[in-house]
Write a protein that binds this ligand. Structure first.
Ligand SMILES: Nc1ncnc2c1ncn2[C@@H]1O[C@H](COP(=O)(O)OP(=O)(O)OP(=O)(O)O)[C@@H](O)[C@H]1O
Length: 623
């Protein structure tokens, strides 16, 4: 008997049968087997660990966490026949020992180990670089006029009551450090805080104003940041000379870094750093490990990096979970664990006495974190805000309470054929406004604004509850109402969402265009880019796209809609891909009205299921 209690990896273990079963159950891909064979000559423990690593990478984990691996059934095979082995390993100890002594593992080798994590070398290198740069930024001291900073903080955050002003604390932290992370849910004032921060920084360095750049991961998110900063500047009523020193125009990260066509490198890197003093990255939860590493690597010496985002949203589409890893120690309702030195500084600058941390922050970047927890967008009578809170905390009592309140901004319909059909009709009503505006000759900007008012969000692509089928059903219903003329596969008013980056055309995953006739009546896809200027492209030249009446919640990240509807599949189809972060992200896309079409059990299932991605970043950032 083995240490795992099963005699699976006996000398006569049927490797080819086991691999066939992994392929048949779609636990691995054929190409994974080929790659694993390249790295390991034998079908041994390390071979299977590589298969598991490749599987983890496809699920966007940065590494394979050997501590949380279910060694008895690591591939999560279904138990059909008791005599069929579920694990190729004799014991965890033996597998780990073989791994450490394997010729493909180690510094400069294709596989690397760090603590109890196994990596593909490329991802280990990104993670190590990021940890090293973040630590250096967090430790780099800054010269500061404390008296002036304190006076500026007081003028931008006048004391109102006895409550701790966390926005003021966030500003104090970000003004005094090279690295800061400001996280918070929707409407907690991240943009307002950062606008005040920029005003404070420019006031501190008035003699030589700072070069400030604003970026976001997608064009849509950059456009939103531009709008929010513009709005926040107006609300703050800044003196014109100071307002002029605060940029409004945000750009995409790719544009800032300078895309090189057909290359995964950027024009700006360590050898050719960016020209800036302060970089603000909004929607940082969407930035994957590789992009964040390349961004941080391209920062010039002495630059400040300020990351903004909601740590509880879905992680980036690609590998990693950087923002969430950085904010790992933050808990809703709790004061962050700041060092004694920072608490002293905050007392001097903000006149605030923060309680000593129960345990010191284990992270080097602990003093760089600011957590905004009070929503200023959603009043206590807003159902959207309360529902987001209940879901985020997985608080079923609060969830039930929310639905007893009959909030005006919240509707929940169950899921049956009638509700499904009614949702399509409501979507058609909502989309009729922008389509009628096209018929009346409205400008592209107006059409885009009307289209952006409403969106139907779904969890999946395929099947009756998925993006593709629902897009077709909405198109058909729009045609039946005479709102579109569906004579060919493209038509006036057709909304498209780009699903593949095209660096030449400067069209990026998530960009939204609407097909509109030009002066000659020729249909062109019109995009609004990050600014107000429309850009037209012949439909035939477009990279891969989806019709955009319906969007997956994943793709909706970084966007907001005044009116948002969410459709979730029934329980029997909801086991994969439905989780708390997905539901929370969907809910927080809604600004004024949210409707949910879902079974209660599915909402509760989503709340229970929190997903985490394996990564060693937090461990590398340990003090
Ligand atoms: N301290 C405050 N007191 C009153 N209103 C505030 C305060 N901070 C922010 N607001 C208002 O709350 C709203 C949301 O603020 P803001 O856009 O800065 O939040 P955000 O966290 O950036 O939101 P988003 O979810 O869009 O990222 C704005 O209307 C803003 O003016």
């Amino acid at each position: 008997m083995s240490q795992l209690g099963f005699d699976f990896n006996a000398p006569d273990f049927d490797h080819s049968g086991f691999i066939k079963r992994l392929l048949a159950e779609e636990k691995i891909r054929y190409s994974d087997v080929q790659l694993a064979k390249l790295l390991c000559n034998d079908t041994d423990d390390v071979f299977y660990l590589v298969l598991l690593l490749l599987r983890a990478e496809q699920q966007q984990h940065t590494c394979l966490d050997l501590n949380s691996l279910m060694w008895e059934n690591p591939f999560q095979l279904s138990v059909i026949d008791e005599s069929q082995p579920l694990s190729p390993f004799i014991s965890r100890e033996q597998a780990c020992d073989k791994l450490l002594h394997h010729p493909a593992v180690g510094e400069g080798k294709p596989l690397q180990c760090f603590a109890h994590y196994l990596y593909l070398a490329r991802l280990a290198a990104y993670e190590a670089l990021l940890a090293q740069r973040f630590s250096a930024l967090a430790r780099q001291p800054m010269l500061l006029d404390e008296v002036r900073l304190s006076a500026l903080l007081d003028s931008y955050f006048p004391a109102t009551n006895n409550e701790i002003d966390w926005q003021k604390i966030a500003c104090a932290i970000a003004a005094s450090r090279r690295l800061s992370v400001i996280t918070g849910g929707p409407g907690t004032g991240k943009t307002t805080t950062v606008t005040k921060l920029l005003a404070i920084l420019q006031s501190l360095y008035l003699a030589a104003p700072l070069a400030i750049k604003l970026v976001a991961p997608t064009g849509k998110a950059a456009a939103r940041l531009t709008e929010s900063i513009k709005g926040a500047k107006v609300k703050l009523g800044l003196a014109p000379e100071l307002a002029a020193l605060i940029p409004e125009q945000a750009q995409t990260l790719h544009r800032l870094l300078g895309v090189i066509p057909h290359s995964n490198k950027f024009r700006h890197d360590q050898g050719n750093p960016l020209h800036l003093d302060v970089l603000i990255v909004d929607e940082a939860s969407m930035v994957d490990l590789a992009l964040m590493a390349k961004l941080v690597n391209a920062l010039p010496e002495n630059a400040r990096l300020i990351l903004l985002g909601d740590k509880d949203q879905l992680a980036s589409v690609d590998t990693g979970n950087v923002l969430s890893d950085l904010c790992e120690t933050l808990r809703l309702g709790e004061v962050p664990s700041y060092s004694e030195a920072l608490r002293e500084q905050l007392k001097r600058w903000c006149d605030v006495n923060l309680p000593a941390a129960k345990t010191p922050s284990p992270l080097v970047i602990g003093d760089c974190l600011a957590f905004l927890q009070k929503s200023h967008r959603f009043a206590s009578n807003s159902g959207i805000g309360q529902l987001a809170l209940a879901v985020n905390r997985n608080d079923l009592n609060h969830f039930d309470w929310v639905w007893q309140q009959n909030f005006a901004d919240l509707n929940w319909y169950g899921l049956d054929q009638t509700q499904y059909q009614a949702l399509i009709e409501r979507a058609v009503d909502a989309y009729s406004h922008y389509l009628l505006a096209i018929q009346q000759g409205a400008s592209a900007a107006q059409v885009h604004a009307l289209f952006a008012h409403f969106r139907l969000l779904v969890a999946v692509r395929e099947g009756p509850y998925g993006l593709e089928e629902l897009n077709r059903k909405i198109e058909l219903a729009l045609m039946q109402r005479g709102l579109i003329r569906l004579t060919s596969h493209i038509y006036a008013g057709m909304p498209v969402m780009i699903s593949q980056n095209d660096y030449q055309l400067k069209l990026f995953n998530g960009d939204i265009g609407i097909l509109l006739p030009d002066e000659q009546g020729q249909l062109k896809a019109v995009f609004m880019d990050e600014g107000e200027t429309p850009r037209s492209i012949y439909p035939a030249r477009l990279p891969k796209y989806d019709v955009a009446y319906v969007m997956t919640i994943h793709k909706s990240q970084g966007s907001e809609f005044a009116h948002t509807a969410i459709l979730l599949p029934p329980l029997q189809r909801a086991q994969i891909g439905i989780n708390r972060q997905l539901l929370y992200t969907g809910i927080t896309r809604a600004k004024q009205r949210l409707e949910l079409v879902a079974q209660p059990e599915v909402l509760k299932l989503a709340m229970r299921k929190s997903v985490a991605r394996s990564s060693g970043l937090a461990l590398r950032l340990k003090v």
